[in-house]
Design a protein around this ligand. Structure first.
Ligand code: FAD
Length: 442
C-alpha cells in the first residue's frame, strides 16, 4: 500500500526535510553517468523526500518512522559514488548525512568523526597536529568520510596503506538499525567489515573511528616518457623503492595527458606521463630514479606551492575519467587489478586506442601492484562486456564499474557476514533496496 509521505514527514518535526522535486531529484543521483550502462538504467530514479539530520537522536527518529511506514531508506553522503550506490531504486526517503559533520576528537594516529565530515575538511584540522587520513579518493574535497567507507575503496595514499578493507584501516563504527525499535550498535576491529563497503544496505553509520598517517610535505611532480611501458616500469620501481616516501604514483598513456587542460603546458604532445606526490625530503634521491628510466621532469611544486593551485591528485584515480569525459562524453572506464606489468603490456598492445592505459599503484597484501582505471572508447554494451571478458580470461581481475549490484562490482562474492548483519539490523529490507543481491535472492 502506498506510503503517505505527508503523514510520514509530519512525524519528523524538528528535522530538516526537503521535498522540492528539483532538489530531491538532484539529491537522488550520483556520478552513475560515468557508465553508459548505468546511465540508461538509473537516470529516472528518484527518492520521495530528503532528510538532513544533525544528531544520532534524529537518525534514530528517522529510522523509527521508516520502519513504521515500511519506507525505503537510502543513505547519502556527498553523492560522488560512481556506480549509483546511493541512487534509490524504489524511491523512498533519502538520508543526507552532510549536516552530521562534527569531528569528535583527533589524537596522534586516530580520530573520531561523524559520517558527514568531508575528507579535505577533516585533513585541514588533522594537519594542525601533523596527521592526515591514510588514504582518500580523488573526490577528496567533496566526499564524506561515511560515504568513502560506505561506497569507496581506496585512493591517494593506498600506495602505502592498501585499501579501506584492509585490517586496521577502519577502527570502529556506530550504526543505527532499522529494527522495530531502532538502536545504536558499535562494531570494533574486524567487526567493522560487516558494514565496510556495504553501500548503506545494513545500518546507518553515525560515527567512525579512523586511523591516520603522518603528514609529510608532499611535493607534486610530473615526469614524462617517450614510451608507455617505460613510464609503467618507472612507476613500479618508484613504488618498490622503500626508501623513497610517496603518496601517489599515477601513470597515463597518451592521449590521456591531452585531457588535462589545466596542466597542458607540462604535458608534451605524444608523451606518456607520471603524476606523483613525493615527500620533499625524497626529491633528491628520486632524481636518480628519473635519470635511470630516461624520464624528464616537466613540473615540480613544493608542498606549499602545491597547496595553493590545482593539485595533481585531481587528475588521478577516477578524476582521470572525469577529465576524459569532459573532452569526449563517449569515453568510459574500467577498474582492473593486474597481476604484474607483463599483463599490462599485453593488454596495452592488444586493445590499442580502444582501451587507453591509466595505472595507479597500490599495496595489496604487502605487495605493490598496478591497478588500471583504463579509459574505454565506448561503442556498445556487448563490446564492453567482450572487453571485460578478455581481461578476465587473461587473468586480470575486473571490478566492474558498470553495475550497481554490490556483489557484481569489486566484491565478486556474496559477503555472508554483511548479509547476516543485514538480517539483524534491517529485517524489513528497507535499506537501499535492490543493491545487495544476496538479500534479494535469499
Ligand atoms: P556517497 O556517494 O554519497 O555514498 C556512497 C555509498 O555509501 C552509498 O551506497 C551510500 O548509501 C553509502 N553511505 C554514505 N554514507 C553512509 C552512512 N553514513 N552510513 C551507511 N552508508 C553510507 N572512490 C574511491 O574509492 N577512490 C577514488 O579515487 C575515487 N575517485 C573518484 C573520482 C571521481 C571523479 C568520482 C566521481 C568518484 C570517485 N570515487 C572514488 C567514488 C567516490 O567519490 C568515493 O568513494 C567517495 O568517498 C564517496 O563519498 P560520498 O560522500 O560522495 O558517498
Amino acid at each position: 500500500q502506498a506510503i503517505d509521505w505527508n503523514s510520514l514527514a509530519s512525524e519528523l518535526t524538528g528535522i530538516e526535510i526537503i521535498d522540492d522535486p528539483t532538489k530531491v531529484a538532484k539529491l537522488s543521483l550520483d556520478y552513475y553517468h560515468f557508465s553508459p550502462v548505468l546511465e540508461s538504467q538509473l537516470k529516472d530514479k528518484r527518492g520521495n523526500i530528503v532528510v538532513r539530520p544533525t544528531t544520532v537522536a534524529e537518525v534514530l527518529e528517522i529510522a523509527r518512522v521508516c520502519v513504521k511506514y515500511k519506507a525505503p531508506l537510502t543513505v547519502r553522503g556527498s553523492g560522488t559514488g560512481n556506480y549509483g550506490q546511493c541512487i534509490p531504486l524504489n524511491g523512498g526517503l533519502i538520508l543526507d548525512t552532510t549536516r552530521m559533520n562534527q569531528i569528535n576528537w583527533i589524537k596522534p594516529g586516530l580520530a573520531s568523526v561523524q559520517p558527514g565530515v568531508k575528507l579535505a575538511a577533516f585533513d585541514k584540522e588533522a594537519h594542525k597536529i601533523g596527521w592526515e587520513l591514510r588514504m582518500a579518493p580523488s573526490t577528496y574535497r567533496t566526499a564524506t568520510i561515511g560515504g568513502f567507507i560506505g561506497g569507496g575503496s581506496g585512493g591517494i595514499g593506498s600506495i602505502t596503506y592498501g585499501v579501506l578493507r584492509d585490517r586496521g584501516n577502519l577502527h570502529a563504527v556506530q550504526v543505527v538499525t532499522l529494527e522495530d525499535q531502532p538502536r545504536v550498535i558499535e562494531l570494533r576491529s574486524d567487526q567493522v567489515q560487516k558494514v565496510n563497503h556495504a553501500y548503506g544496505t545494513n545500518g546507518i553509520i553515525t560515527e567512525l573511528e579512523i586511523p591516520l598517517g603522518p603528514v609529510y610535505p608532499w611535493a607534486e611532480v610530473i615526469v614524462v616518457f617517450d614510451d608507455f611501458m617505460t613510464a609503467a616500469r618507472f612507476g613500479q620501481a618508484l613504488g618498490d623503492a622503500d626508501g623513497l616516501i610517496k603518496k601517489l604514483i599515477s601513470i597515463h598513456a597518451w592521449p590521456i595527458p591531452s585531457y588535462f587542460a589545466a596542466v597542458s603546458n607540462y604535458l608534451p604532445e605524444a608523451k606518456h606521463c607520471a603524476l606523483l606526490m613525493i615527500a620533499e625530503s625524497s626529491l633528491e634521491p628520486f632524481q636518480d630514479l628519473v635519470r635511470e628510466y630516461g624520464g624528464e621532469v616537466t613540473y615540480q611544486k613544493s608542498a606549499h606551492e602545491a597547496s595553493k593551485g590545482v593539485s595533481l591528485a585531481e587528475f588521478t584515480w577516477n578524476h582521470t575519467t572525469l577529465h576524459a569525459r569532459s573532452v569526449d562524453p563517449n569515453l568510459t572506464y574500467l577498474q582492473t587489478s593486474f597481476v604484474n606489468l607483463e599483463q599490462v603490456e599485453h593488454l596495452y598492445h592488444h586493445f590499442g586506442d580502444e582501451v587507453i592505459m591509466h595505472l595507479e599503484f597500490m599495496r595489496v597484501a604487502g605487495k605493490l601492484i598496478p591497478v588500471g582505471l583504463q579509459i574505454v572508447r565506448y561503442s556498445s554494451e556487448d563490446r564492453l562486456n567482450e572487453i571485460i571478458r578478455y581481461h578476465e580470461d587473461y587473468g586480470a581481475l575486473i571490478a566492474n564499474p558498470h553495475t550497481y549490484i554490490l556483489e557484481d562490482g569489486g566484491m565478486k562474492t556474496v559477503d555472508m557476514e554483511q548479509l547476516r548483519f543485514k538480517e539483524i539490523v534491517d529485517p524489513y529490507g528497507l535499506m537501499n533496496p535492490g543493491k545487495m543481491r544476496a538479500w534479494e535472492h535469499r
